[in-house]
Ligand binder design. Structure first.
Ligand code: C2O
Ligand code: CU
Ligand code: CU
Length: 576
């Protein structure tokens, strides 16, 4: 079977006689009441062959959600898969509870009801499952859909935006099929390329300016997008927003999870055939998709070679250029929107994340990978971020393969890659980016705003789904250290002596069943001076904390109990 597919594929590439299939365009949901049903199904990827799949409101993939910035959405996700899963809105800035990460499990038969205001910039986002250990299985079997966010800035531009006519969502994936035409996950022989679940796809496309929304929805493979004859195209959006101006390119690498919107100018090309391709032969080794996936000599990945896609240039989608539509867009705009990155000097904190293999040597690519020496543990919060912090995250890849690093909650702006400015196509709002193998570094800056939750974490992880499932993921909470009291603290909490000239101050919760688990001291500007977890043997309803190092002034103490957060003001005044 493998050989048969391989031979067919080669014939297809070489002679272009392989029969083409009409590109599937997912349906849309434009209402703010969104009903999504996760279901098992089957799909005919190969003529006459039935493949078991998973889909949303259908057998495979899911409807495109069209959301408006500022609008409120009410989503019902019903899980009819017969097993647990989650649905995550990749790239959207939503609260941790609404984010659909691994903790927000939808039981079989249950309905999950996230509700949120769309705060995002116009761009292309997506949704997919996110249950630990089975993300690759559920996504590979077919659960994935687009989210298109619209906003006023985008609406004011002369851009193609007629869905499926001059504006195409393209979910590009490779999958591995076994001899019975069933999808295999956690394997490296993904030799079948598809767009929107269509193998060997073709579509009619009008001879004008057309917008393509590219999503790399693969489990592992990186694509080096380009067109036949090296046709120039124009990147107009990165993961989380439009660019300042269109960027002319002939190649655009995208790793799993990344999106880009591009414009192609087909004026005068009526009747021609153009291929969207991946020029993977141009990849240097150390990338999943290159001839060799590892940087190091002899570093291999099981089943990776031979795979006719690795290190080869291959077709992804055939575009058959047809006459113009009425009122076509015929020019590439000269400018788009304001992109105002956070400034490095405004950063409150820098954190370093180091990716490492668990096995050294030539077999390391098959092993598990850690971030800061640890594997994902659902019960451990790896990072606590104060709300409204601007942070620089420095990601260092000490493994032999490049990993796409993704962060939930935020869009980030890349400061540098291996110490150099990022390529122009990566300058803009990003939520996923490939960190180069072999001691490569990516530094980005972002702000953690609007949503704080002491208990439900967000994720950061490698977006190669095999690595993610194997635990190359960590959890962070965003905590509001200056929140409003959740109950009448005047009567429930004593803080004494206050004001104080002394060396200690005592917190006393009147309810003896309550326990003080941690506390933070915050200055008048809202900056966190210190955060302490209380040692297990000192946990009770009473705690004395040191104040002798504090300068005279007004402070807040934020007290965390099992289910409450209490903020109290206090004054340190040393007369002497
Ligand atoms: Cu696209 Cu945490 O995922
Ligand atoms: Cu995500
Ligand atoms: Cu990885």
């Amino acid at each position: 079977m493998k050989t048969r597919i391989l031979i067919l594929l080669l014939i297809g590439v070489v002679a272009n006689v392989f029969s083409q299939n009409q590109l599937i365009i997912p349906g849309t949901i434009t209402s703010s009441d969104i009903n999504l049903t996760l279901q098992n199904g089957t799909h005919e990827f190969f003529a006459g062959e039935t493949t078991v799949t998973m889909g949303v409101n259908g057998n495979i993939l899911g409807p495109t959600l069209i959301l408006n910035q500022g609008g409120n959405v009410n989503i019902n996700v019903t899980n009819n898969l017969g097993e647990e899963t989650t649905i995550h809105w990749h790239g959207l800035h939503v609260s941790a509870e609404n984010d659909g990460g691994p903790h927000t499990i939808i039981d079989p038969g249950a309905t999950w009801n996230p509700q949120f205001t769309v705060l995002d910039r116009a761009a292309t986002y997506w949704y997919h499952p996110h249950l630990l250990d089975v993300t690759d299985e559920h996504a590979s079997k077919g659960i994935a859909g687009f989210i298109i966010v619209k906003d006023d800035d985008e609406a004011a531009l002369e851009l193609p935006r007629t869905y499926g006519v001059d504006d195409f969502p393209l979910a590009v994936q490779t999958k591995d099929f076994d001899a019975n035409f069933q999808i295999v996950n956690h394997a490296n022989n993904d030799d079948i390329v598809m767009v929107n679940a269509t193998i060997n796809p073709e579509t009619d496309i009008p001879a004008q300016v057309v917008r393509l929304r590219l999503l790399n929805g693969s489990s592992q493979r990186v694509f080096n997008f380009g067109f036949s004859d090296n046709m120039t195209f124009y990147q107009i959006a990165t993961d989380g927003g439009l660019r300042a101006e269109p960027l002319a390119l002939t190649r655009l690498p995208l790793s799993p999870g990344e999106r880009s919107e591009i414009l192609i100018d087909l004026n005068g090309l009526n009747g021609q055939t153009i291929q969207l391709m991946s020029y993977a032969s141009e990849f240097s080794n150390g990338i999943y998709g290159a001839t060799y996936p590892g940087m190091g000599q002899g570093m291999g990945l099981d089943n990776y070679n031979p795979n006719p896609l690795n290190g080869a240039d291959f077709n992804i989608l055939q575009l058959n250029v047809v006459p113009q539509t009425a009122n076509p867009v015929t020019t590439i705009p000269s400018s788009l929107v304001d992109v105002i990155p956070y400034l490095e000097e405004d950063s409150d904190q820098t954190r370093t994340f180091i990716m490492e293999p668990t096995t050294q040597g030539p077999n390391q690519l098959n092993g598990m990978f850690t971030i800061n020496g640890v594997n994902m543990d659902m019960n451990i919060i790896n990072v606590t971020v104060p709300l409204n912090n601007i942070e620089i995250w420095n990601i260092q890849n000490n493994t032999g393969i490049s990993h796409p690093f993704h962060v939930h909650d935020v869009q980030y702006y890349i400061l540098d890659i291996n110490g150099n400015p990022p390529p122009a196509y990566a300058q803009g709002w990003k939520d996923t980016f490939l960190v180069p193998a072999g001691q490569g570094t990516v530094r980005f800056i972002t702000k953690f705003e609007d949503f704080a939750d002491d208990t439900v974490p967000y994720m950061y992880h490698c977006h190669m789904l095999t690595h993610e499932d194997d635990g190359m993921m960590g959890q962070f909470v965003v905590v509001d250290l200056l929140g409003i009291d959740e109950f009448d603290s005047e009567n429930e909490v004593l803080l004494y002596p206050n004001p104080s000239e002394g060396v200690y101050m005592t917190i006393h919760l009147k309810d003896p069943s309550k326990k003080i688990l941690s506390y933070a001291v915050i200055n008048e500007l809202g900056q966190i001076i210190s955060y302490h977890k209380i040692h297990a043997n000192e946990i009770s309803n009473k705690y004395s904390f040191p104040i002798f190092e504090l300068a005279n002034g007004t402070y807040f103490i934020k007290i965390y109990t099992e289910n409450q957060i209490i903020t109290k003001k206090f004054i340190k005044s040393n007369k002497y």
